[in-house]
Design a protein around this ligand. Structure first.
Ligand code: 6R9
Length: 646
């Protein structure tokens, strides 16, 4: 671990929202009197009724209940748009940068208002009501923002499904939350390649019921099928509605969105976020963590299909009246300078991306970065997985020219917003550490038995208190919510992450301790990839683990046992990779497949994943005790045929 320390730049501290003294003071107040602290923060948004009850939370076994600002009434879209119009009607809300570098546009707050109202009216005239679910399956085009905010405006609950997911994954998510409407595009465009979104929706709807309407945005003009009784073109419907649409009065705890995420077992969970607490927290963290000031150009490279896109492309920045950049493309198209060219083109001040992108770009050397200016940059951010100190140093030195602090922000879909992070004007940086808790956040490190570990230590990361952005439930399955997050360590929220606390009280997230792997910053349940593999007719059994991967952080390593009589071959390997891509989506494609006649099982039939992980990591010398295996001999074969020999 690197122990280099980077001081807060003096100039930055002078103008920052929060310096070191203020961090200490505000943090202490947030813990000593959360009700007073969050009542004050609630003022950052507009209310139709100001809340008088602030925190009402129970983490008690059998009674997990999380409510914030519960008697408040508000509308999230009003807060992200209408309330800014008096001052910012002509300010750019969204800069859209297309996949093709010659395409970009600026959307003002007034234009955003009009387009969101149109989309909202399209939904309203098709009978979408408060509480109804709408699935959004769109590429990174402005209509994705219009669609999300339109739902918020009329009180519908959006479920955005990443446009890289397969028809099956989409169908599963549509069914789980029973969406009435799907909003999609003809095709997506990424790195010059087309993605058949409408065709995927058609395939998904062959397996999903209850969808009345499919709204189709024309992006590429590619040929698609339109079902005349179900599908409508967005541009045609938009021409028939007005640019005014009343914002629904919503209770603080009314659902805002569902976002599916992978866990260690079973199907993806519908993480449910509600209106007020989520918005207050997204807005506050966006302002303080990125030290956002009026006039800044802010760019988060995530996709709106992930929580980072929800909180830090859309809701946080727009609640703060910011100019937020939305990028349709990829980091290496048309070439490896794309990010830096976009920064120069739009004079980006704050840039927030993922370690996997940094590592990939680092591989092509300094030149593609150095030939650009990047003089506008003031602050850099990282999210999605642990950033290794080498990548951190390169990001700092080459991208930021030794000038821009890096905020390494730890959080999760479940947390709604950033929880452990530096504040750029307050926190000294250590490469690889997410540093210190945000206001109101109390991390605790526990051992396997739940014993609280003090001081310099490492173990499993829990949070002992609620914060306003916390998820409220698993959609339709509150028991699973409790089981997943509150049953391992009673009375506290368990994050699923391992963590080290150093002598300075800095937190270092070490990665997942459950059967979730993090591939290029995307969360994947090993169980999901396993069930996709065993759904193939030639596969009898599969076990999937993560292994260290230079660019992706973790790669997917699959052990596959074939049906009797099926011969292993490279062809079959390719077939299985294609199969998983089709079943789940390209992000779940295994990097390594090892055909293994047997898997290491205990006498009670449990697969010993510890052994599989060590073999995948190419560390056959440290398998530990294998004597409890039903057949210790299978290990020799696994070791001999491992795929990842260094
Ligand atoms: C926001 C997001 C959550 C998991 C989380 C952890 C990992 C995210 C991190 C990080 C180390 C960071 N993670 N940020 N690990 N340092 N700065 O990524 O949400 O997709 O739900 O993933 O990602 O393992 O538990 P999500």
């Amino acid at each position: 671990m690197s122990e280099k320390i980077y001081d807060v730049p003096a100039e930055l501290a002078k103008h920052a929202w929060v310096d070191q003294a203020k961090y200490k003071d505000m943090y202490a107040r947030s813990i000593a009197d959360p009700n007073a602290f969050w009542a004050e923060q609630a003022k950052r948004i507009d209310w139709m009724h100001t809340p008088t009850r602030i925190e009402n939370v129970s983490f008690a076994p059998g009674n997990i209940s999380i409510k914030w600002f519960e008697d408040g009434i508000l509308n999230v879209a009003h807060n992200c748009i209408d309330r800014h119009l008096a001052k910012r009607a002509n300010q750019t809300a969204i800069i859209w940068e297309g996949d093709d570098p010659s395409q970009s546009k600026h959307i003002t707050y007034k234009e955003l208002h009009d387009e969101v109202c149109r989309m909202a009216n399209i939904l309203r005239t098709r009978n979408v009501k408060k509480g109804d679910r709408v699935t959004i399956y769109l590429p990174m085009i402005p209509e994705a923002a219009y669609a999300m905010l339109a739902c918020a405006r009329i009180g519908a609950v959006h479920s955005v499904v990443f446009a890289g997911f397969s028809p099956d994954s989409l169908a599963q998510r549509i069914n789980d939350c029973q969406s009435k409407v799907i909003i999609t595009a003809d095709e997506g465009l990424r790195g010059g390649k087309k993605v058949p979104l409408k065709a995927n929706v058609d395939a998904a709807l062959a397996k999903a019921d209850g969808v009345d309407w499919v709204v189709v945005v024309k992006r590429t003009g590619g040929k698609i099928d339109m079902n005349p009784t179900r599908d409508l073109w967005y541009h045609e419907a938009a021409a028939m509605v007005t640019t005014e649409c009343r914002a629904e009065h919503m209770h603080a705890e009314d659902p805002l969105f569902i976002l599916y995420t992978s866990g260690s077992t079973g199907q993806p969970k519908g993480v449910l976020h509600t209106s007020a607490g989520y918005l207050v927290f997204a807005s506050m963290t966006h302002q303080y963590v990125f030290d956002y000031h009026d006039g800044d150009i802010y760019w988060c490279t995530a996709d709106v299909g992930w929580v980072t896109g929800h909180s830090y492309i859309l809701y946080g920045p727009l609640a703060n009246g910011a100019t937020t950049l939305m990028f349709e493309g990829v980091p290496n198209y048309p070439d490896n300078s794309r990010f830096w060219n976009v920064i120069d083109k739009h004079k980006v001040n704050i840039f927030y991306t993922a370690p996997t992108a940094i590592r990939a770009l680092m591989q092509s050397g300094d030149e593609p970065v150095k030939k650009t200016s990047r003089a506008s940059l003031r602050l850099l951010g990282s999210v999605g997985e642990p950033i290794n100190p080498e990548a951190w140093e390169w990001y700092y030195r080459v991208v930021g020219d030794d000038r821009c602090p890096i905020v390494d922000t730890w959080w999760q879909t479940e947390t709604g917003g950033i929880l452990i992070t530096p504040l750029p004007g307050a926190t000294k940086l250590k490469p690889g550490s997410a540093t210190q808790p945000f206001f109101g956040v109390v991390p605790e490190i526990v051992d396997a038995d739940g014993k609280v570990l003090e001081g310099e230590t490492s173990g499993n990361l829990c949070l002992t208190r609620s914060w306003p952005g916390q998820m409220r439930t698993v959609y339709g399955d509150h028991a699973r919510f409790e089981q997943t997050y509150f049953s391992t360590y009673k009375g506290k929220y368990f994050t699923g992450d391992g963590c080290r606390r150093d002598a300075d009280g800095y937190y270092w997230i070490t990665g997942r301790v459950d059967d979730v792997i993090n591939v290029s910053g995307h969360r994947m349940g090993t169980a999901e990839v396993e069930s996709a593999l065993v759904a193939h007719e030639k596969v009898s059994e599969a076990a999937v683990v993560g292994y260290p991967h230079d660019i992706k952080g973790q790669g997917i390593y699959a052990y596959v046992t074939l049906m009797a009589g099926v011969e292993p071959s490279d062809e079959l390997r390719k077939e299985l990779v294609t199969w998983v891509r089709k079943e789940i989506g390209p992000i779940a494609a295994p990097d390594q497949i090892q055909f293994s006649p047997g898997l290491p099982k205990t006498r009670s039939g449990k697969i010993m994943r510890r052994i599989l992980r060590k073999i995948a990591e190419d560390e056959p010398g440290s398998l530990g005790d294998t004597s409890t295996l039903a057949d210790p001999a299978v290990v020799d074969d696994l070791v001999k045929n491992r795929q990842n020999k260094k």
